[in-house]
Ligand binder design. Structure first.
Ligand SMILES: Cc1cc2nc3c(=O)[nH]c(=O)nc-3n(C[C@H](O)[C@H](O)[C@H](O)COP(=O)(O)O)c2cc1C
Length: 165
């Protein structure tokens, strides 16, 4: 099954997971790029939390760029997102709510992985499932500032095994 991992990452945690998973399942990787990116200093600052958290809280769908790959050429899309204010990052919401349905891709999204400071993603996955109902598998990973991140590699391996079945 031809698979692509579509992800957004502000500070690199989700990018790292996307690349690790891609190797494990033999997928291509494609980054969601905002038209107006949020500038980050490598970790969430007050300004970034207000900007990103505000976008999510108000349910905004900020514009994203056209993708470098033709996503329609893939059978399956695995989505990766940081958790922002308990929900998917705003740019991932744009993908889930607008881009995927408008381009006939919504049914192809069957799995999601999340990165968060807390390691908790329940609300985030539920939110995405409302927009992309074929999401059946998910994994919650913790960012590198949390000691729970020591489990990320094992969790990603198990997630990859689920996806290969
Ligand atoms: C705007 C914003 C809101 C966030 N909200 C949450 C949150 O609600 N819960 C949580 O556990 N982590 C939260 N975080 C932390 C990120 O989810 C976490 O650092 C994640 O690993 C970032 O992924 P990235 O490095 O790929 O950008 C937030 C970070 C940002 C920038």
């Amino acid at each position: 099954m031809k698979t692509v991992i579509v992800y957004y990452s502000l500070d690199g945690n989700t990018k790292h997971a996307a690349e690790t998973l891609a190797k494990a399942v033999g997928a291509d990787v494609c980054e969601i790029q905002p038209v107006k990116p949020i500038k980050s200093a490598g970790k969430p600052t007050f300004h970034v939390l207000m900007q990103g958290g505000g976008q999510v809280t108000f349910g905004l769908c900020p514009k994203i760029k056209e993708f470098a790959l033709d996503l329609a050429a893939y059978d399956r899309i695995i989505l990766g997102t940081p958790v922002w204010a308990g929900k998917p990052a705003s740019f991932v919401r744009t993908f889930a709510k607008k881009y995927a349905p408008q381009n006939g891709l919504a049914d192809k999204v069957t799995a999601v992985f999340t990165l968060s400071a807390s390691g908790d993603n329940a609300g985030c996955v539920t939110d995405l499932q409302k927009l992309l109902p074929n999401i059946g598998v998910s994994v919650s990973l913790a960012d590198k500032s949390n000691s729970l991140s020591a489990d990320n590699e094992r969790k990603l391996t198990e997630f990859a095994q689920q996806l290969m079945r």
